[in-house]
Design a protein around this ligand. Structure first.
Ligand SMILES: C[S@@+](CC[C@H](N)C(=O)[O-])C[C@H]1O[C@@H](n2cnc3c(N)ncnc32)[C@H](O)[C@@H]1O
Length: 234
């Protein structure tokens, strides 16, 4: 049996799992990620959790096909409820909306404890998720962009808190001088276009002054970030 294959999005997550981690995958579905990590000797144990029976059955099938049923624990339940704190030191929550990720973390404040690394890959509501994280005592340690059918972002998060993010940083993530990220300029362009379109729509519809000012400030903040980024690339 050939090892399980991972898409670039899941590979970007796998890349950030430290060697020897006790790993939990929340919303595991097909369990490709924990199976890949076990096959490549990257983790010492894996817990595959899902809200629904159907995906968990898929997870069991993938593990059985790869002769890893004994090494994986399968748990049914909402978010982190099937897990006790300290059972895993690396937790992936991937392929779900940002709002769902927020709900899952809100119900498990122990994820802010020392020694817990969260790998979050939201499909939607990324600014809302970043905003929620810094306001609730988490620190975004690293962001990785990955191109698949579109751009995805993977956030490495721990407890500990961080400097507040500006509205533009909530949209685009905090950028750091010296960071190597070939997709960053494209990401900023996409976000600028999205925010610019909203602003244009509001102007046409005669939106309220307060809302217009908020969106103008956001677009201007994103433009400044792009200028700063391009300066750093010279
Ligand atoms: C689109 S799949 C993502 C699978 C995999 N994590 C990935 O990134 O490719 C989303 C999975 O999350 C599960 N899910 C959705 N909400 C959940 C929750 N609150 N707790 C646990 N699993 C959840 C769904 O049942 C589904 O299997």
């Amino acid at each position: 049996m050939r090892p399980v294959g991972l898409s670039p999005r899941l590979l970007a997550l796998a890349d950030q799992v430290p060697q020897g981690a006790r790993f939990a995958d929340i919303g595991t579905d097909h369990a490709r990620l924990p199976v890949w990590l076990l096959e490549h000797g990257r983790i010492s144990s894996a817990i595959a959790c899902d809200l629904r029976e159907g995906p968990l059955l898929q997870a069991r099938r993938t593990a059985a096909r790869h002769q890893l049923s004994e090494q994986l624990s399968f748990r049914l339940g909402d978010g982190l409820a099937p897990l006790s704190s300290r059972e895993a030191d690396v937790i992936a929550i991937a392929g779900m909306g940002g709002e769902t990720i927020i709900d899952i973390l809100s119900a498990a404040p122990w994820t802010r404890e020392d020694g817990c690394l969260l790998l979050l890959q939201p499909m939607t509501s990324v600014p809302e998720l970043r905003g929620w994280l810094w306001r609730n005592g988490y620190a975004i340690r690293r962001e990785v962009l990955v191109q698949e059918d579109r751009l995805y972002v993977v956030l490495s998060v721990t407890g500990g808190g961080m400097e507040p993010l500006s509205p533009a940083e909530e949209w685009a993530g905090r950028q750091k001088r010296g960071e190597i990220c070939p997709l960053r300029e494209t990401y900023l362009d996409i976000l600028l276009k999205r925010a610019g379109n909203v602003l244009e729509g509001l102007r046409k519809a005669g939106g309220a002054d307060e809302e217009l000012s908020r969106w103008e400030a956001l677009v201007s903040g994103l433009e400044d970030m792009k200028k700063e980024w391009l300066t750093w690339q010279k």
